[in-house]
Write a protein that binds this ligand. Structure first.
Ligand code: C5P
Length: 338
């Protein structure tokens, strides 16, 4: 993306749930959770810039309307701009900051990475617009908060680019309106989340943990997994103490034994092959293995980086994509977009 005005870039990590207990279904249909979240080193990158002829109201504060367009690789299987969390985050931020009655661009899907201005749906209108150019590495609808991470990246990027000056707390309120995982993605690191997943408390984590992230070929929508939980599962009382202790003392063996995810039974009822794959990760030498969030990505915890690569090699044939990653992986990082 070549911006004509200012531009920024944000690199944002995905997340894993080291512990996820479902306490029950709440009156609003959401589920009451106790979960330990940690960022993991698979990163999406969002470049945001203002495009259009100079001197025509590049700064949104000086205008009431500006098109927001989302550009990404068509092969990535992302939802269209109207449903995409990064684009929705842009609109929500513009409104919350009171600077913009933002509209969403209708197109904005490109097959290649090089954004070609003449190919844009608004080419030739001459109006400045904000372009979000998204480069994905976090699996789409894979249970690693990829969409939520992109929303957090858009909030951080546009708060800067548009000079919104929203405080962390104000950003967090906008984040919670976008999705349950977005407030965590805004801060990153390691956190204990309760309620819908938006009430966060920091958790102490020493050292680095090594993971094999195993992606399935198909997506598994989160809402579908929660509906399966409603049909097949009962509220659980299991507590996260053993996970929290393992993080505190940097003990991968204890963490491997303590990993827990109540959504597994629900996801396995929809995709029985995932349970077989999870067992294969343990047979390949993982200290622990589990579904990532609502899946279908599976995670194997390894003793160290060497062991992670060894496990990855052994299981590569079973999955669409297998990568080695580390946690925790910080939070969104803002840089100059040029
Ligand atoms: O909050 P978010 O839009 O990311 O959630 C996606 C879907 O997952 C919701 O529509 C809901 O069906 C389900 N969900 C839930 N309880 C939660 C979080 C998500 O039922 N705590």
């Amino acid at each position: 993306m070549t911006a004509d005005g200012p531009s920024v870039a944000v690199r944002v990590p995905g997340k894993v749930n080291l512990f996820l207990a479902v306490r029950g279904r709440m009156a609003d249909g959401y589920h009451d959770l106790v979960t330990v979240l940690q960022t993991v080193s698979l990163f999406d990158e969002l470049h945001a810039g203002v495009v259009g002829p100079p001197g025509r109201g590049h700064h949104p504060a000086g205008r009431r309307r500006m098109r927001v367009e989302l550009w990404h690789d068509a092969k990535e299987g992302l939802p269209p701009a109207g449903d995409n969390l990064a684009a929705r985050a842009a609109v929500a931020l513009g409104r919350a900051a009171g600077i913009l009655e933002a509209e969403l661009g209708s197109g904005g899907v490109t097959g290649g990475r090089d954004w070609d201005r003449s190919a844009g749906p608004d080419a030739g209108t001459g109006e400045p617009r904000t372009v979000l150019d998204l480069r994905k590495r976090i699996p789409v609808a894979g249970g690693m908060a990829g969409g939520s991470a992109d929303a957090a990246a858009a909030l951080v990027a546009l708060n800067e680019l548009w000079g919104c000056d929203l405080t962390r707390d104000e950003l967090r309120t906008v984040a919670a309106s976008l999705g349950s995982d977005v407030p965590f993605c805004l801060v990153g690191g390691t956190a204990l989340a309760t309620g819908r997943g938006t009430a966060l408390a920091r958790v102490l984590c020493r050292g680095t943990f090594h993971w094999v992230v195993c992606q399935a070929a198909d997506q598994l929508p989160t809402a579908q997994v929660y509906r399966a939980w409603d049909r097949h599962c009962r509220p659980s009382e299991v507590e996260p103490d053993a996970v929290l202790q393992a993080l505190r003392v940097q003990d991968p063996v204890a963490l491997g034994a303590a990993l827990h995810n109540d959504l597994e039974a629900a996801a396995f009822s929809l995709r029985p092959e995932l349970e077989v794959d999870r067992k294969a990760l343990l047979d390949a030498g993982a200290l622990g293995a589990m579904l990532s969030g609502s899946g279908p990505t599976l995670l194997a915890l390894a003793e160290d980086a060497v062991a992670a690569h060894r496990i990855a090699e052994r299981v590569a044939g079973r999955f669409a994509r297998v990568v080695v990653a580390q946690s925790p992986a910080g939070g969104p990082e803002l840089s100059d977009g040029r």
